[in-house]
Design a protein around this ligand. Structure first.
Ligand code: FES
Length: 96
């Protein structure tokens, strides 16, 4: 298992290359939005600003440069950004 770093909306968390980003962020205490968890709804869509990911099958529409967190596993250190502050990040920012 390769350890990597995931930057999400400016917050750094440890990650790996075998789990999808949604699961890894949840394991780190960050709560991105999601609905289907299988690439259908697009609720977990985010921008991939840096790094590379493998992407599974998906039906949801994404713009160029966007990925589905539930269908993407990082292959390198990655930097991603949601259009909103996921729940726990907002809490950390408010506590700072
Ligand atoms: S949660 Fe539905 S596409 Fe990811």
């Amino acid at each position: 298992m390769t350890r990597i770093t995931i930057e999400v909306n400016g917050i750094m968390v440890g990650g790996n290359t075998h789990q999808n980003l949604l699961e890894q962020l949840e394991d780190a205490g960050i709560q991105p939005e999601y609905q289907c968890r299988n690439g259908m709804c697009g609720a977990c869509r985010c921008k991939l600003n840096q790094g590379s990911v493998t992407q599974g099958e998906s039906m949801a529409f994404v713009m160029p440069g966007e990925i589905l967190a539930c269908q993407s596993a990082p292959q390198t250190d990655v930097s991603i950004a949601f259009d909103y502050q996921p729940a726990d990040i907002k809490k950390q920012v408010n506590e700072a």
